[in-house]
Design a protein around this ligand. Sequence first.
Ligand code: C2O
Ligand code: CU
Ligand code: CU
Length: 492
Amino acid sequence: MPHTNSQKSKMNRRHFLKASLTGATLTTLITQPSYGFFDFNTVLEWAGIGGKGISNITGIKQPLAIPALLEKDANNKITLVAQKGETAFVKANALETWGYNGGHLGPTIRVKRGDTLNFDVSNQDIPEPISTHWHGLHVPGVDDGTGYQSIAMGTHWQPEINIVQQASTNWYHSHIHGRTSEHVYKGLVGMFIIEDDNSETLSLPKTYGVDDIPIMVQDKQFNPDGTLAPPQGGRFLGNTILVNGTLNPVLDVEQKQVRLRLLNGSNARYYNFRLSDKTSFSKIATEGGFLNAPVTMNAIPMSPGERDEIIIDFSRYEVGQTLNLISDDIEGDSGGLFDIIQFKVVADTIGDAPLPKVMNTVPNPNDFDALAWHSFALGNQAIRLDNGKASPFSMARNDLFVPINQYQKWTVSGGHHPFHVHGCSFLILSIGGKAPAPQDAGWKDTVAVEEGAEVEFILRFEHEATATARYMYHCHILGHEDQGMMGQFEVG
Ligand code: C2O
Ligand code: CU
Ligand code: CU
């Protein structure tokens, strides 16, 4: 039976009281497999909240890290330096991590539609080739940032990128076949926000880090001694949730509407986000842009690679009140709800505007005539294209050729895999034979595919991807991608 939030916090307090009593109790606690993480030095108040999965650290909250904003300089240049670092997730236990322009994760890149940007991405001291894929961006294959544009230690990659798409929340991460899982896990990940005239005009929260908050959710596996365990296997699940790299995060918010840009940057974990007091929030955007109108929701499912923007109305709460973003146990390993981040209302703010009624004009996908159709069956460490042979990914083999500017219908089947396509955004025609719900009727580039619920979508590529710089489609469970559940295609 799932725990309610108040049951959970009572339980945590009980564990803490027990843990505080004697050293013997402590030892018992930390040798139990359900408590995967412990700080020996500061004796945090903490407890696992159920089965063998997620452990929450309660009591000592850490302020949510807000990644620095990185915008173009006077010469339209944006510089990213991939580097090794050390991160003390737990005091006195510095662990090797990787990051861009810092030791763990990367800055939030923010650009505007119409920009032409000169990127300089270098690998300072990571002793293997990395890459920087702009997940969600409509750019030609040569600028896409996969293994075709790998960056060896000591070298630079300098793509010129035109921002041609609408306002949206994207992200960037390393994308070297066989190594993506570890590269992302170590921290070669950042958010990539596109604004446009529409997003700048709409009456929505838009002050970065104040009421427009990046929320990158990742799970990691900590050993009982506080060291970080590497991701293993296809469907790797960690025992600890981090948001923007912060363990047990808390964010102070004002008594007003706050926009969260949610990114599931986990290796394999799916979430179903909801609020601890069971109230609703508004979904305003999918991966590729705004929905036509805000949609009121109580829970929002997100598979790895997906982004969604939501608005929480904190004007309903008193100053001093807290609210948690929590998740259901989708993977069946944590024994109930678990915490993602806590919000604390700290100041009253007057005069918050209501949400806009119209935000976008997303076309109806049924209005496009698809001139070609392809099917993708996800499974067995490979993707079966058009009922052909299921072969694991090979950099040496092109799997598909797609004419440029042609509408196509793609059908994807499989069980519990998030399917992602490079180079464009798509519109869902149907999921399990039904038209998408309003909250899914937006531009997307990653979609959860469940057993018995085939997903059909319509897409069109407007940029070229040649034999020396192909695009990829794959499962965004990074262990699956690395095992070969990926294909590549040329557009021309
Ligand atoms: Cu987020 Cu091909 O990846
Ligand atoms: Cu991508
Ligand atoms: Cu998969």
